[in-house]
Write a protein that binds this ligand. Sequence first.
Ligand code: ADP
Ligand code: MG
Length: 336
Amino acid sequence: VPLIDYTSRSRWGEKVKRLGLLVIVLTVMFLVGFSAARIENDQSLVVRRAQIAMGTLVEIEVRGLAEQQANLAINAAYTEIRRVEALLAGVTHIEKGILIPQPEVDRVLQACAHSWQVSEGAFDCNLGSLINAWGFSTGKPVVPSAMTLDIALRTSGWDGFNRNSDGSWTLVEDAWLNFGAIGKGYAVDRAMETLVQHGVQEGLVNAGGDLRTLGSDWVVGIQHPRQPSRLVGQITVGDKAVATSGDYEQVLTLDGEHYHHILDPYTGMPARGMQSVTVIAPTSMEADILSTAVFVLGREAGLSLVERLPEIEAYLIDESGMEFTSTGFYAYWQGE
Ligand code: ADP
Ligand code: MG
């Protein structure tokens, strides 16, 4: 749960600033009364809820709707998240041969294929057997033996997936899919779409660090990778998605070695070199994918990928605690 502590920029504060001189000519009495009314009004328009889903805390906040309407929208968004969770949970082991997925699964598989390609294999949805070998999904991680690792690597990898012109897929080998680095992002996008369909114009969905905002500027804190209660800084985003991948989420320490859950598909070992990668993107699915991909690729290849992609920015903290950003990142930076 790497991203914490978000707030919406106070709208009335902005308006008071904009009113400028006009405000000054108003009597103090009136100004105080006016501001207080706005504060009270704004507070009654915020509905904020949290539920556990997809193995994490999912927070949804809606502003500017009557409470009942906001709750209807939020309920529908949670239902949508659980639908997506169940849908993707149903696509784990696929036998080799021809696969005809339903359209929504096909969309996710196409995102997997595209991301695998642009990341040159660093991002891979077919790592199920490798991830199982490490046991991170079971909550009881182990360091796999060389032999287990070898078998897991041979039964992993996206290269056996081919999409045919009729929309079906040909699988050269059995596949064990794992949507751990894409599913939450996709679900957040669907949840936000559901909120919009229910009349929401200002809101936020945060699935344990996969976060999407709508309708106003939101200040989002980026968690310090080594001091959980500290922020490394804050960014301001409006109608955007932010995701962080960190080496501190699911960990295993054995004989002084630190292992974590983001795996390098080439070696089968936890990716080295980064403590955390935060990505800003137009959608949560892109942010989710790219934070993981850049984490695996590391500073040079990771930032070069981000620079090639439009509307994507990234903030990296490497293993020594040094910070690196893409060229456009500081447009969002609010400071520490
Ligand atoms: P989090 O789930 O903590 O937000 P990520 O979005 O980075 O973190 O996703 C990490 C999860 O993705 C892992 O737990 C695993 O299920 C899966 N995964 C690990 N390595 C890779 C990889 N190289 N490519 C795609 N998915 C991965
Ligand atoms: Mg991710």
